[in-house]
Design a protein around this ligand. Structure first.
Ligand SMILES: *[C@@H]1O[C@H](CO)[C@@H](O)[C@H](O)[C@H]1NC(C)=O
Ligand SMILES: *[C@@H]1O[C@H](CO)[C@@H](O)[C@H](O)[C@H]1NC(C)=O
Ligand SMILES: *[C@@H]1O[C@H](CO)[C@@H](O)[C@H](O)[C@H]1NC(C)=O
Ligand SMILES: *[C@@H]1O[C@H](CO)[C@@H](O)[C@H](O)[C@H]1NC(C)=O
Ligand SMILES: *[C@@H]1O[C@H](CO)[C@@H](O)[C@H](O)[C@H]1NC(C)=O
Ligand SMILES: *[C@@H]1O[C@H](CO)[C@@H](O)[C@H](O)[C@H]1NC(C)=O
Ligand SMILES: *[C@@H]1O[C@H](CO)[C@@H](O)[C@H](O)[C@H]1NC(C)=O
Length: 632
């Protein structure tokens, strides 16, 4: 994870460095704490100035300062990880190898083919000196954040950055996420009109067929439909060059009997029955293999003693965890944990980050009386603790939110699967006061430019979880614990691809398999603007790197090739039918109760959504994120 930033000013003698807001630089530095460097290029004869700021988080190989420069004077800011497509050894420097490849590019096609071949998350800014071009973009899914802002006050000015300030310096100059529609290029020499910024655009395509969900961004006539200020134009060059999408289109086959089953009432069924079907079992094992490889690529190549690079002797053997997992005990995080266990050295601990927001006394009693009526696993636990409701017990139960309870039982399952592993279950308990304070100080900046109640809840929950400050209990003794793992695995992408959300059931009820397939296509297309940029900014703020195993190119290709009925069966009840393929995988990996837990969204599981205002809708604009709001 790195913090990258670039400012292009179309005016001679204007330096960007003093224009960058101080708090933005600080935020960039938090993403890349190991090395910071600025560089500017003034080209008065062409009437422009460009300023670069690079902040590096050191993950593997030797540390490479950014922006990285080649012999011809080209500059690269790279915030990404190459997990495939381009060969990089365990000690390789991906920044260096990509810059080498870009340096040797003679034309636009070859630059596009470099970015078409990379597997893994990325956002980059590349300045080509000889042609005075500025290239930038994000990977197909948008797993790394990049924002843009266009100003036309005295001069035309474009700023690109991993993370912004939430308070705009001038009114009406908003930050927006750079759309993950392809690569962009500014040919600075050709900006002849001082009042118009022209940006060439190279969209993603799937061979000759436009990839279905991306056409939604493209509109009918390949128009760039994102709202931009009127002095900015984004156009397709008549040469029609494009990037090759790293995934295949979704399989839209329909089962023969789909419309009938949509009306069936869910009937109870045991997942093991499916696994007795040889075809299903084979499919499950193929899925486990693809996902396992994705996890492997994301947990290896970290500074461990066995891949210590020659340039450094600072890697001491330590018994600290290198990998942490956002852990609710639900099926997504359980499968990731079980697979991580297969690849992480056996003597290295794994941090399971479990976040809980304090429930208010009143609300707790209300929910527990409600739950007493239903008789589920959670209610019995709540009852027990409420019966002896006195001082110390009160304090403890306030954090016994649903995700804490499932997290603890998930821990037990993992301890059974591998008793020799040190599983560090980190209880992260957050009070309302701390939530308010950290939202004001940091989180609201990071979530920006997203702004809904849902963005606030998830942004805050993920920020506290990823920070990793909590307690660890071993042998009944609770100790303060700070997770120092630089890699944070998250399960994002499982629900979107395997029909895990309740809206998928609604959609299936209303319009059957066809509607469901369409919805799944849409979800993958908008996951960058809904989740990924935000999660990357929030996790990156701790100098840690978010990694998304369910959004590995090969995992997505595997799932896209399957017809929808192999992934989910929404005629089956909750806790079975949605993400059916993943639940079967969980069973095969030896997991038990967690394999059949119904989906519980993080904002409810961690109880953050209950903390401040129950009456809001998730899609409402969130007042609490507004820095200048009187409601702070
Ligand atoms: C990078 O910076 C972090 C935070 O300051 C520090 O803990 C870590 O040791 C540094 N890593 C290296 C390889 O210098
Ligand atoms: C990594 O980069 C450093 C300098 O930034 C260089 O000295 C080293 O040789 C590189 N390692 C590899 C394997 O490319
Ligand atoms: C389109 O691309 C070609 C080849 O890269 C280039 O020569 C031409 O100037 C571009 N057209 C515009 C309008 O930028
Ligand atoms: C209340 O908690 C204290 C410990 O703080 C314990 O000693 C006491 O027995 C508890 N009282 C009841 C009624 O459970
Ligand atoms: C955190 O919450 C748990 C209940 O889930 C409780 O047992 C633990 O003592 C709490 N830790 C702190 C430091 O409050
Ligand atoms: C955390 O607790 C687990 C048991 O739950 C124990 O095995 C592990 O050693 C503890 N880790 C630390 C750093 O205390
Ligand atoms: C879609 O799935 C069906 C059923 O498994 C299969 O026969 C077909 O070949 C698949 N189509 C594509 C394009 O992969």
């Amino acid at each position: 994870m790195c913090g990258i930033c670039c400012m292009l000013i179309l005016a001679p003698q204007k330096d960007g460095s003093d224009v960058l807001a101080k708090d933005m630089l600080e935020s960039l530095q938090r993403r890349g704490p190991n090395h910071s460097q600025h560089l500017s290029r003034e080209v008065p004869e062409l009437g422009y100035n460009v300023f670069f700021s690079g902040h590096v988080l050191h993950m593997r190989g030797c540390l490479n300062p950014q922006p990285m420069q080649d012999a011809q004077g080209n500059l690269l800011l790279w915030n990404g990880e190459v997990f495939g497509g381009i060969k990089i050894g365990p000690e390789g420097n991906d920044t260096q190898i990509i810059l080498q490849q870009l340096s040797s590019c003679k034309n636009e096609e070859s630059i596009l083919s470099v970015f078409s071949s990379i597997q893994g998350p990325w956002a980059f800014i590349y300045y080509q000196l000889s042609s005075h071009c500025l290239w930038f973009g994000r990977d197909f899914f948008g797993r790394r954040s990049l924002l843009w802002q266009f100003k036309n006050v005295e001069n035309l000015c474009l700023t690109l950055t991993s993370v912004s300030t939430s308070v705009p310096q001038c009114a009406n100059v908003p930050w927006k996420e750079v759309p993950t529609c392809g690569l962009y290029k500014i040919d600075i020499q050709k900006q002849t009109n001082a009042k118009l910024l022209a940006i060439s655009w190279y969209p993603w395509k799937h061979g000759r067929i436009e990839y279905e969900f991306k056409t939604l961004h493209l509109g009918d006539k390949e128009q760039f439909t994102e709202k931009l200020p009127n002095f900015v134009s984004v156009f397709l060059n008549e040469s029609k060059l494009f990037l090759t999408a790293p995934i295949i289109p979704m399989n839209c086959s329909m089962p023969e009997s789909c419309t009938d089953t949509a009306n069936c009432e869910p009937s109870s069924v045991n997942i093991e029955i499916f696994l007795s079907n040889e075809h299903k079992k084979q499919l499950v094992h193929k899925f486990i293999n693809v996902l396992s490889e994705s996890v492997r690529r994301r947990v290896l190549f970290l500074p461990r003693s066995e891949n210590r690079p020659i340039c450094s002797d600072q890697f001491t053997v330590s018994d600290e965890a290198k990998v942490a997992i956002l852990f609710s005990g639900g099926v997504d995080s359980m499968v990731l944990s079980a697979l991580a266990d297969h690849h992480i050295p056996p003597d290295e601990p794994i941090d399971l980050l479990n976040v809980a927001f304090k429930q208010q006394e009143q609300k707790r009693q209300k929910t527990s009386t409600k739950q007493k009526k239903k008789s589920n696993v959670f209610s019995t636990l709540e009852e027990e603790t409420l019966e002896c409701d006195n001082g110390s017990v009160k304090k403890a139960t306030a954090f016994n939110v649903p995700d804490r309870i499932t997290g603890l039982s998930g821990l037990k399952e993992l301890q059974i699967i591998n008793p020799a592993r040190r599983w560090n279950f980190i209880e992260i308990n957050i009070t309302l006061e701390e939530l308010k304070e950290m939202r004001r100080q940091r989180i609201s900046h990071l979530v920006h430019p997203l702004d809904t109640v849902l963005d606030d809840s998830i942004g805050c929950a993920v920020w506290f979880a990823a920070r990793g400050i909590g307690t660890n209990t071993s042998n009944g003794e609770t100790q303060p614990y700070i997770s120092t793992a630089k890699v944070v695995l998250t399960g994002v992408g499982a629900d979107e691809q395997l029909a895990g959300y309740s809206r998928h059931r609604v959609c299936y009820k209303a319009s059957g398999c066809e509607g469901l397939v369409k919805e799944l296509g849409l979800e993958l297309g908008r996951i960058s603007s809904r989740n990924l940029g935000r999660d990357d900014r929030v996790i990156g703020d701790h100098g840690k790197e978010a990694r998304f195993p369910f959004l590995d190119e090969e995992v997505v290709c595997f799932l896209n090739a399957l017809p929808v009925w192999e992934k989910a069966d929404l005629t089956l009840p909750r806790g079975t039918g949605e993400k059916l393929l993943l639940r079967m995988a969980a069973k095969e990996l030896g997991l038990t109760a967690s394999a059949v837990l119904p989906k519980r969204a993080m904002q409810f599981g961690s109880r953050i959504a209950k903390m401040e205002n129950n009456k809001e809708k998730a899609s409402d604009k969130c007042n609490r994120l507004q820095q200048n709001s009187a409601l702070q």
